[in-house]
Ligand binder design. Sequence first.
Ligand SMILES: *Cc1c(COP(=O)(O)O)cnc(C)c1O
Length: 375
Amino acid sequence: MKIETKAIHAGRYVDSATGAVTPPIYLSSTFERQPDGSYPTGFEYSRDGNPNRNALEQCVCALEDGQEAAAFSSGSVATMTIFQALSPGDHVIAPDDLYFGIRQLLKDTFVPWGLEVSFVDMTDVSQTRKAVRRNTRLVLAETPSNPQIKVTDIRKTSEIAHDAGAYFVCDNTMATPVLQRPLDLGADLVVHATTKYLSGHDDVTGGIIVAKQGIELFQKIRKLQKIGGAIPSPFECWLTLRGINTLPYRMRAHCDNALKVAEFLNNHPAIEKVLYPGLSNDAGHSTASQQMSLFGGMMSVQVNGGRDNAMGVAAKVRIFTRATSFGGPHSLIEHRASIEGPGTKTPDNLLRLAIGLENVDDLIADLAQALSQIE
Ligand SMILES: *Cc1c(COP(=O)(O)O)cnc(C)c1O
């Protein structure tokens, strides 16, 4: 099946009791046991497994060409669970512009807990290779990255991880399986904030991990999911699955709009630099062309004149909303350095733009009027 068909059919079934085409939401926290003690449906207790969560896991697994998946209550706790599945003394290699919250989590919680961590510029694979130690167990990449929209070569980085005897995990939140399938390029695990494009409507917080066949680490992850219970509710699973129906079509529209906005901004005198791999002069363009089918809906821009001008543009937009996150229908704009706070490596004049599904002419006109006020 092609991805548009999987997005609608994978994990779904017609409800046998009612004929419902859209699955019901199973709020029940517990399931009946037979007189002989068995559980004929396989469901016992909702922390362990729930029909809506199963359906979501099966669907995303199919989209990513994986073998199994575990859904979580946020993207952050999904990644945190991967670290929890490691052992004190293990070494992790992560990108120097890793999603800010996860970077904090590694430094503040997992280093004291016993992980060793190296942050490297993964756009340069030789840096990743140099960071390998005898005890390297995990290499985590995020591509394109957030908020600098940097591109990491998935195939080459997975080879480095595997040569080191380590697992290779790719955060595919920004690209989605519509644009990029890391498991097919060598990754062992894919992680997503389903909060973003997968649920796609700015109304769910969630995460998911997908594994290819035979990944031992995933069995620990599954155990932590079931026993710890950092799981999405049945309703959130249902909403995420509803969003996924239209994922391939939404992604194409996000990408079309983003390319046009990037080209507009790239020629604008008030803009110092546009970070978007769809532009042929972008540092990530050639790698992105090899591993992505389209270039995504996210970009960052550096505004001439520094922080005040960047804040000024964000203050003047009318259709873009000043808000964090991405992946929903609304276009969002964000001054990242001030939201990340002290310790951020994000330039002070950088604005991150999540290009939504509005008409692109309206988006360009909005940015044009906001930029005209700072020139
Ligand atoms: C949003 C995001 C996360 C965290 O997801 P939450 O659901 O907010 O916890 C992790 N990685 C990337 C790339 C993200 O964009």
